[in-house]
Design a protein. Structure first.
Length: 750
């Protein structure tokens, strides 16, 4: 009896709350028309899109790491909950309980609640109906019921993208329905796109040494519930995808029902997968799991907050919740939709997008580094260091494959990590180039946008170093990766210089970073500004750790490397993208990367006017200016203390997205929900509120004085800063530890 009471208290939301810093619930008062009007729900490494359509509760279920043989990030399936007599739609409410991380659908009498266990991969669905007994039908729906040939735009959900071979297929799932449960599973075979990539890139000689996350990967799960029995197998069509469904119905009308969906992922045999799934099911302790998950979310919101009126603050909170749903993932949150994509025809109505719910543009297993970074930089000031770990571990797993590239192709050391990088550390299959002339360097991508773009891995190196500076995170495991990334530039550009002539350095003893690249934009760059800024900043940060005696050899090595780096080019009072470049290929303003992410220029730093002049007068900076997608102009405006400009851009960037859920931005340059859109907006808001320059902490350096706000954010040295701006005045400042109050710099009240 006691357990039942505790469980009901958990479900009904009568658990104690921390009042301050906890976000308000987000609520709808009417059902939805389709999956595009879904609400995110999740936890651990699980994401669900939840909506109510024609009286049924539906949700897509996704889990990070569910990569198929073509490196598509597949969904687990769609689930449909039907009630009889059902919900009274006149009193309909769908609530995202942000404080405790679950979704509730209710009419005031009957409640359907969905939540994900933050500690293990399990989804729980509870139907609570104290006033009227319900009959519940739960249907598992799957559209991968047979092999599906991939063609047209659908190829872009795979890592093959536009270079997909003819006849490429998504393989069917295995689905086994018994009287009490339905088990679904997708199993990769021996051969995957990994093998095609290794062969394409002439790496068969070292294949047995390469990390391969796709071979024999198995993922899926099982839906079950006490008192439910298999009633029927159904067929249907949702959006543009045919599906089959396995319907389970409650034996009798009741006031309380519970369903669980346990998930498992392994690389191994079916037997090992089944054992892992069973192990997860045996670990379920429903009451304890509910309490622990609710508490995790309260603690999550207690770490940091940005509070105030208006949609930009609310959307900041909603997006942070979406990021929190993959806190425990083995794999990072993808920039192009995360765990919350839905049927693509609701993103783009063009006929070519009438595809399955698995679709997302720009692939599921390939990572575009410049986009990914914007998802992860905000986690530093939010104090979400556990959320940062999946992204850092991604590079930790793959960098040794990138070292193998350097040794095989060029005979030197260092990890050559490209911009469009596969989850096994090799360049993306199509971007490597399928039409390559004889004699073309096999280590090079033959791609107008991506050639010579190797520096984006350095931002993730910097994230690790910053995590150590902020919270003392033990980054011992990441140091070999960071050193390897730096070593590549030192050895490779001396190698290239040696191919051209007798000298490895220029007349000043500096590396000649040519050919290079400023993002995907300034191609054929000589001494790219973004590369120099990255190498200099990461090396300086690394040297701070290597002062200890045990790292003396590395300290000497990197001190010497720092001296070999050329200077950033400043000409006509503006930062240049490079000393020279051959052409403009894209629309990235990399001449401002020394402002962010590299923080060489900015508020409280030298030569602020040079950076401001670049932002305000550089013709390409003005031409490329935008708030859409991954665009960083709002961040730069904030870092440069341009308050009016930051206000203008953040108002546009953090406005409601085009779908019912406000933080489903996009597609922008990528896909919906566009996570690098939200991430860049979060960074800009943080920089408007607080910036750190050396030991100084600047409060409200670019926040409009007419916007009331209060925040709790993290600074370096295990420091937490809380402050409020109210009616144009800075009030209620609190710094932990207290001795860092002396470091505060408060912009004069306007």
């Amino acid at each position: 009896m006691k357990q039942t009471v505790i469980l009901l208290l958990c479900f009904l939301g009568f658990l104690p709350n921390q009042a301050f810093g906890q976000p308000k619930d987000y609520e709808w008062r009417s059902p939805s028309n389709n999956a595009s009007e879904s609400m995110p729900c999740g936890g651990g490494d699980i994401g669900m899109n939840v909506w109510v359509e024609r009286g049924d509760v539906l949700f897509y279920l996704s889990r990070s790491g569910s990569f198929d043989e073509n490196n598509t990030l597949l969904k687990q399936g769609r689930f449909r909950i039907s009630l009889s007599p059902g919900l009274n739609m006149e009193h309909f409410r769908q609530i995202l309980h942000l404080r405790e991380g679950y979704v509730e659908i209710t009419d005031g009498q009957t409640s359907v609640q969905l939540w994900a266990d933050v500690e293990k991969p399990v989804v729980h669905v509870d139907v609570i109906s104290p006033g009227v007994k319900q009959v519940v039908a739960a249907t598992y729906e799957n559209w991968r019921i047979r092999d599906i040939e991939i063609s047209g735009r659908e190829r872009f959900q795979t890592s093959y993208k536009f270079a997909a071979p003819k006849g490429l297929k998504t393989r069917a799932d295995s689905i086994v329905a018994t009287e009490q449960s339905v088990t679904f599973m997708h199993r990769n075979g021996e051969q995957t796109i990994f093998d095609a990539t290794v062969s394409q890139q002439r790496m068969d000689a070292v294949k047995d040494r390469l990390y391969n996350p796709l071979k024999h990967r198995i993922f899926g799960g099982r839906m079950s519930g006490r008192g439910f029995v298999l009633m029927d197998k159904v067929e249907g069509r949702y959006a543009s995808s045919d599906y089959e469904g396995w319907m389970y119905v409650s034996r009798r009308p009741q006031k309380h029902f519970h369903l669980q969906i346990a998930l498992a992922t392994v690389q191994g045999t079916v037997g090992e997968w089944e054992a892992e799934l069973k192990k997860t099911e045996q670990r379920i302790r429903r009451v304890a799991d509910c309490l622990a998950s609710r508490q995790w979310w309260r603690d999550f919101w207690g770490r940091s907050y940005v509070e105030g009126s208006g949609q930009i603050v609310r959307n900041y909170q909603l997006f942070r919740y979406m990021l929190g749903c993959n806190a425990r993932g083995e794999w990072p949150t993808k920039f192009n939709g995360g765990l919350f994509t839905f049927d693509p025809e609701y993103v783009n109505p063009d006929d070519q997008y009438k595809l399955s719910p698995d679709f997302r543009n720009w692939g599921g297993g390939v990572h575009t580094a410049q986009n990914q970074r914007l998802v992860y930089w905000p986690m530093m000031k939010n104090g979400d260091f556990d959320l940062l770990k999946p992204q850092l571990d991604f590079y930790l797993r793959i960098y040794q494959n990138a070292e193998e590239r350097s040794r095989l192709y060029w005979g030197h050391e260092g990890a050559c990590l490209t911009e469009q990088i596969e989850n096994y550390g090799l360049p993306c299959y199509p971007e490597y180039g399928t039409k390559r002339p004889a004699g073309f360097d096999p280590g090079m991508e033959r791609n107008a946008w991506l050639e010579y773009e190797w520096d984006t891995c350095l931002e993730f190196c910097m994230m690790a170093l910053e995590a150590h500076r902020y919270c003392g995170m033990d980054i011992t495991a990441y140091l070999p990766m960071i050193r390897s990334c730096l070593r590549f530039f030192d050895e490779h550009y001396q190698y290239l210089a040696n191919q051209r002539g007798a000298k490895r350095l220029d007349g000043n003893g500096h590396l000649v970073l040519y050919p290079g690249s400023g993002g995907e934009t300034f191609k054929g760059a000589y001494n790219s500004t973004s590369t120099i800024a990255a190498l200099r900043t990461v090396t300086e940060a690394l040297l701070q750790l290597e002062k200890e005696p045990q790292d003396s050899s590395f300290f000497a090595l990197h001190t010497s490397f720092l001296k070999r780096l050329p200077d950033i080019t400043v000409r006509d009072g503006m930062i240049q993208p490079a000393l020279h470049y051959e052409r403009v290929q894209n629309v990235e303003t990399t001449q401002l990367y020394p402002v962010f992410p590299w923080r060489i220029y900015g508020v409280g730093r030298p030569d602020l006017e040079v950076a401001r002049n670049t932002y305000q007068n550089d013709t390409l900076a003005l031409k490329f200016r935008s708030h859409i997608g991954w665009k960083q102009d709002a961040i730069w405006a904030a870092c440069l203390g341009l308050t009016d400009e930051a206000e203008r851009l953040i108002t546009l960037k953090m406005a409601n997205g085009p779908h019912r859920f406000p933080a489903f931005w996009g597609p922008g340059y990528d896909w919906t929900p566009d996570h690098n859109w939200g991430g860049s907006g979060m960074i800009a808001m943080q920089e408007m509120l607080m910036q750190e320059v050396g030991q100084q902490i600047h409060l409200f350096p670019a926040w409009p004085r007419h916007w009331d706000v209060r925040f709790r954010l993290y600074a370096s040295g295990n420091t937490i800063v809380e402050a409020e701006l109210k009616k144009g005045k800075v009030v209620n400042i609190r710094v932990t530890p207290k001795e860092r109050e002396k470091d505060l710099v408060v912009k004069a009240d306007g």
